[in-house]
Design a protein around this ligand. Sequence first.
Ligand SMILES: [Zn+2]
Length: 211
Amino acid sequence: MNSILRNDKYCTILEEEEDMFSDVCTNDGKKLWEYGIVPYVFNDNVSDELKKLVMEAMKRITRVSVIKFVKRMNQRDYIKISDKGKFSSYVGRIGGKQNLHVTKDEIRWPNTVGSVMHELMHALGFYHEHCRPDRNEYVHVGRTSRNYERFKESDVLCYGPYDFESIMHYSEKQGVMLIPGVNARIGLYVSPFFLFLLLPSSHNNIFPQLK
Ligand SMILES: [Zn+2]
């Protein structure tokens, strides 16, 4: 198995907002970044090597979207990227400074760029794909923590078909199994491209070129 496809460890969604689990992709305009511009700063503890990987993750997202990551000048809302020996992020823009945690540990997280992209996608407003209301038609999720909780249909806005290859989809090692008869691969963490098929209409204004 290609080591780049393994993701034994999962990230943690930071808990601050009560309603942060109300959508697969947020349809709350307040959680979106104005004009798709995301200011960021690095904490001093992020090595140059890790910075380069974060920049690469940003580049891969900007290549397929109109999102722009810009170094923070004096913007009120921004992401502070720190090395905390783990991966975690809030979902969407929460207002003011918001932490986003990354690390470089290729034993536990072999695909650093993919893992960083996953966290950046959270910060852009995306939830885990395997938490969609229709997920039980495709996968069996044996775990019950917040990272696995299935959304109610009435609470979310899903757009497009279930995306097995989404960078927001956990792998079997992370506790998400394909149900018998479903032929797909999951937990690929290869690209956010497929994820963009799932954008709710409220995101169209920040990803206008994506149909
Ligand atoms: Zn996640």
